[in-house]
Write a protein that binds this ligand. Structure first.
Ligand SMILES: *Cc1c(COP(=O)(O)O)cnc(C)c1O
Length: 280
């Protein structure tokens, strides 16, 4: 069952209500973060909390002590969740603009947290890979994890062929709708630098693990032209972990099948989970 913490109470998510006066509803003012819970322990909790705080600060939401309180809420939710299996649940933390707009500052935000079953892709998806739809636009305020995915969702609306859109402003590849993007060529892994993209927690961990395991990682935006010559492409995110990409628009990647680097990094990632699990 999906559980929600809101205003000091724990209830079923379907019983929780947000006021229609909240600016997240009226103007899309809100930020969030998703944290995977493996065996009742949150994954990379501090990294996610720091990002949530940064996201709020960038969009003008004044958090007060919300972040501090969120630590306790996540740990309590991880204990209460009834999907305790390996990576089976996910915490979604939201901070919304609240009812007050002081010239683009939001001094009285609301917050809530949903604990629900994680729905990772079936193993078959990792064996066949996914396709991305390139768009020449960039993401608005790329450094903040805002709730506003509308523009990105519109890009691939109605298509079951493409998993997500791929932002390629000026021919430079940044990230996808909700994942970090990696291109591999001759053993070098390239991914967009911080500042151009969201500071993906999985991105940071994969870069660290790749370097520890002897891969060279180049933090610059790959270009759209490089897709033709790429050996491999993959995307990362808290639920996806490391997901292979076999096609971008009409361009097949490598030999059109998932490659060995994505598989190897996913295996290393899974074997290293414990390093980032909450000990609190
Ligand atoms: C959530 C998200 C990611 C992935 O972040 P993780 O912390 O790895 O889950 C990457 N890019 C965008 C735009 C996102 O919204």
């Amino acid at each position: 069952m999906s559980l929600c913490y809101m205003e000091g109470e724990w209830r079923g998510t379907a019983e929780c209500r947000l006021s229609v006066t909240d600016l997240v509803i009226q103007r899309g003012v809100g930020v969030f973060d998703s944290i995977r819970i493996y065996g009742r322990r949150a994954f990379a909790l501090a990294e996610h909390m720091k990002r949530l705080e940064r996201s709020a600060s960038i969009v003008g939401i004044e958090c007060g002590d919300i972040i501090e309180r969120m630590y306790g809420i996540v740990r309590e939710g991880a204990r209460r969740t009834d999907c305790p299996g390996d990576g089976e649940s996910i915490a979604r933390l939201y901070i919304t603009g609240g009812d007050e707009n002081d010239h683009g500052r939001f001094p009285r935000p609301r917050h809530f947290a949903i604990f629900e079953q994680a729905r990772p892709d079936a193993p078959a998806v990792y064996e066949t890979g996914v396709a991305l739809l390139p768009t020449p636009e960039g993401r608005l305020s790329p450094v903040a994890k805002s709730v506003n995915y509308l523009f990105g969702l519109m890009q691939s609306a109605g298509s079951d062929e493409f998993r997500e859109c791929l932002y390629c402003p000026g021919g430079e590849i940044t990230e996808t709708l909700s994942s970090s993007f990696f291109l591999c060529k001759d053993g070098v892994i390239t991914t967009a630098p911080l500042g151009r993209v969201l500071d993906g927690v999985t991105r940071g961990i994969i870069i660290e693990l790749a370097r520890e395991n002897g891969f060279e990682v180049d933090e610059r935006c790959p270009t759209v032209e490089e897709l033709n010559r790429a050996d491999e492409v993959f995307i990362t995110g808290s639920t996806k972990e490391v997901l292979p990409v076999v096609r971008v628009g009409g361009t097949g990647i490598g030999c059109g099948r998932p490659g060995p680097i994505a598989a190897r990094l996913r295996k290393i990632f899974r074997e290293s989970l414990d390093r980032w699990l909450d000990k609190g």
